[in-house]
Design a protein around this ligand. Structure first.
Ligand code: GLC
Length: 408
């Protein structure tokens, strides 16, 4: 199946980068902050990221165990981070002058990662896009109803940009559209089918996410589904069936770079989130928000290096793994690949761990971090166990540790 690489990859890097990184107030700044006319757009004249080193980003991602990247080619602010043939509001018209999307693609492809494009459907700079959910309307009460021509020209613009992205950058593995609001649920505002036909014509193997529609049940099946900043309790279901899914999440509290946002999740939270997604057959797309000059915030690098260290020892519990047929005990999260069952420690145990359903089914249990063996307890403390429960002992377990349970 064309989703095979994706459901095996399990871990990707999201990158939110644009001219919004200059004011450093997040990617919604254009709409949320009180800019004078033209003031925000003028950031394009300042975009000159002297520390932009996409190979460094790619190597950090690769070391962290990430297998694909999703890069913001255009966010809602309308600024194109690629050399769009259809607007002047683009990265090649900045002092930097180069197509950063192409540079990101080249670097990540060279590092062996799959390539994904984020592309915003809403465009706050285009008169043909209007939506009561976008802050232009919601906060500023500016109401503009597009004329038929404006709407048509918006659709053409969207279609042409996407077609350029689908034809100018080699093989593209993922397309992450963002988003359709509930106000456009009934009208097919983006002419979804026409767009998808063109995309699959140019990139037959590409996976397209679900955000071309608000109510998923009403329309065609999408290749994968993208809940946000959460770990699902189970694989989301569409039309009664579990679907391929990926949760995207921020490392701190924002997508685009926000100066002063130091509220980073701990390494163990990130690891738990990753294991949590995999345990429900999902992926984690973890975001970084580079600074305007291309530097990655120190804590971002710290977290990526921490993940790399964790992944080096425990990565086999992620790549190629999915939901286990077994039920984990308190504080543990299971992932599984064939006869290898992985028990990720979310809460370090009080003592011994009691594994439901596994009595008589286990050859050996080892701690991935140091290869030490767990003791299988069959001489004591089993009188109150259920007959299929197995009691094991492994002192010193910490959050983020993974026990490999080899099944018979
Ligand atoms: C949220 C944010 C948007 C971001 C997206 C990523 O919807 O509003 O700015 O790009 O998440 O999924």
């Amino acid at each position: 199946m064309k989703t095979d690489w994706f459901t095996s990859a399990r871990f990707g890097m999201f990158i939110h980068w644009g001219i919004y990184s200059i004011p450093a107030k997040g990617e919604w700044s254009y709409a949320n902050d009180p800019w004078n006319p033209g003031e925000y757009e003028d950031f394009a004249k300042k975009f000159d990221p002297e520390n932009f080193d996409p190979e460094k980003w790619a190597n950090l991602a690769k070391a962290a165990g990430m297998k694909y990247v999703v890069f913001t080619t255009k966010h809602h602010d309308g600024f194109c981070m690629f050399d769009s043939h259809y607007t002047d509001y683009k990265v090649t018209n900045t002092p930097f002058g180069k197509d950063v999307t192409k540079m990101v693609v080249d670097a990540f492809r060279k590092a062996g990662l799959k390539i994904g494009f984020y592309h915003s459907l809403p465009d706050w700079t285009h008169p043909g896009y209007a939506d009561p959910e976008s802050p232009e309307f919601y906060h500023r009460k500016v109401v503009h109803t597009p004329t038929a021509e404006e709407y048509r020209s918006f659709l053409d613009y969207l279609y042409s940009n996407v077609e350029q992205l689908m034809t100018g950058y080699g093989r593209i593995d993922l397309l992450f559209f963002d988003y359709t609001s509930k106000y456009k649920d009934e009208v097919d505002y983006f002419e979804r089918e026409r767009l998808l036909e063109m995309i699959y014509r140019h990139q037959p193997d590409i996976l397209v996410n679900d955000r071309l529609a608000f109510s998923k049940d009403k329309v065609c099946d999408f290749d994968y589904y993208t809940p946000e900043i959460t770990v699902m309790n189970q694989a989301p279901q569409v039309k009664g069936k579990p679907v391929v899914w990926e949760s995207c999440a921020t490392m701190n509290d924002n997508w685009g770079y926000v100066a002063g946002d130091e509220n980073y999740k701990s390494l163990t939270t990130l690891v738990s989130g990753l294991l949590g997604c995999v345990s429900q057959n999902g992926n984690l797309l973890l975001n970084i928000g580079p600074m305007a000059d291309g530097t990655l915030p120190e804590k971002t690098v710290e977290r990526l290096n921490g993940l790399a260290e964790w992944f080096r020892l425990n990565g086999e519990a992620v790549t190629g793994c999915g939901k286990s047929e077994f039920t984990p005990p308190f504080g543990i999260c299971y992932t599984q690949k064939g006869k290898s069952l992985y028990a990720g420690v979310l809460v370090p145990p009080m003592g011994d761990i009691i594994l439901p359903q596994l009595k008589g089914k286990v050859k050996k249990v080892t701690l991935l971090r140091d290869d030490s063996a767990s003791m299988l307890i069959d001489f004591w403390g089993f009188e109150l166990l259920k007959s299929d429960e197995l009691r094991i002992r492994h002192p010193g377990l910490q959050t983020g540790d993974v026990l490999k349970i080899e099944l018979v």
